[in-house]
Design a protein around this ligand. Structure first.
Ligand SMILES: *[C@@H]1O[C@H](CO)[C@@H](O)[C@H](O)[C@H]1NC(C)=O
Ligand SMILES: *[C@@H]1O[C@H](CO)[C@@H](O)[C@H](O)[C@H]1NC(C)=O
Length: 289
């Protein structure tokens, strides 16, 4: 009796195993896993290879234990925003995308399911930085203040939205490129802070500026952000010259007005005179003799 029971159990186990593995075997690994990261908003993307599968994303910091990403458990999308979990920025993370069946009516271990691993990614050195916004303001004749707004990240800490300066701190520099309008020579300066003074400029000249985030501690590929849109100072920062330009326009306008009035008055007067002469003439001629 005992051997029969054993055989029965074995058979049962085998069939359960076959059913389970059969189900698991139809699951396929995802493809094209890659990181997209801008201003420390870091998203893992992949391409689904079968409809109706779901995915769970695990991540590991510097090769330590695997954690489930709380927002990406059995999701049907093919992306996962990991920004808030890659908390210690200057670490290397690896992600693992596990393909799971939609139906969960049996027990299985994660290790039985198809896994696809990402390449390691360090947001601190690998996240792209967007083009920055800035203003230029004349301080005096030869000096300009470039005021740069640090791009914001999507990360919040203690109710505050962090800027890239909060993350990169002193590693963040800005490259400022400028030229005098009409000349081809460009000059570059590197500023440690988000507020830079550019000096030794020629008074009364128009200067144009461009700014890019610059992180010298990074590898070459991600060291520099894209250049911003160019901002220029007005040509005449000299108030007297600006006023005289305004005055010239005024003078020309007044002269034109006076001229038009004179012409109009003259024409009207002439017509009046002619008419009066005519009526005088006719009244004279019609007068009885
Ligand atoms: C950063 O930008 C470059 C150029 O657009 C792109 O090729 C690269 O994939 C981006 N890297 C990340 C991590 O988003
Ligand atoms: C620099 O720009 C920021 C944001 O536009 C502004 O709040 C700040 O007052 C500016 N600083 C100066 C000195 O112009």
């Amino acid at each position: 009796m005992a051997p029969l029971k054993t055989v029965l159990y074995l058979g049962l186990c085998l069939s359960v195993w076959i059913i389970t593995t059969a189900d698991v075997n139809v699951l396929s690994k995802v493809e094209g896993v890659h990181w997209v990261s801008l201003d420390f908003k870091t998203i893992l993307n992949w391409t689904a290879t079968a409809a109706n599968d779901t995915y769970t994303v695990l991540y590991s910091e510097d090769g330590r234990e695997w954690n489930e990403s709380p927002d990406c458990i059995r999701v049907s999308e093919s992306e996962c925003d990991l920004s808030s979990y890659l908390e210690f920025f200057n670490r290397t993370f690896t992600a693992d995308i596990v393909t799971e069946p939609v139906t969960m009516d049996y027990e299985y271990g994660l290790e039985d399911l198809p896994h696809t691993y990402s390449l390691p990614f360090n947001p601190y050195t690998g996240s792209n930085i967007s083009a920055v916004k800035f203003t230029v303001e004349a301080l005096d004749d030869g000096r300009i203040i470039v005021n740069i707004t640090d791009p914001l990240t999507s990360i919040h800490r203690r109710g505050k939205q962090l800027s890239i300066r909060d993350v990169l701190k002193n590693d963040l520099k800005y490259k400022i490129s400028y030229y005098k309008s009409g000349s081809t020579g460009k000059r570059d300066i590197i500023s440690d802070s988000s507020m830079a003074e550019v000096s030794k400029l020629d008074a009364g000249q128009r200067y144009c500026f461009m700014v890019a985030a610059f992180i010298p501690s990074r590898p070459k590929a991600t060291r520099q952000g894209p250049w911003s849109i160019q901002q220029c100072t007005p040509r005449d920062s000299n108030v007297v010259e600006e006023l005289s330009t305004g005055a010239w326009v005024g003078i020309v306008f007044i002269l034109l007005t006076v001229l038009i009035i004179i012409i109009t008055v003259t024409v009207l007067c002439c017509r009046c005179c002619q008419q009066r002469n005519k009526s005088l003439h006719s009244s004279q001629s019609s007068a009885p003799i």
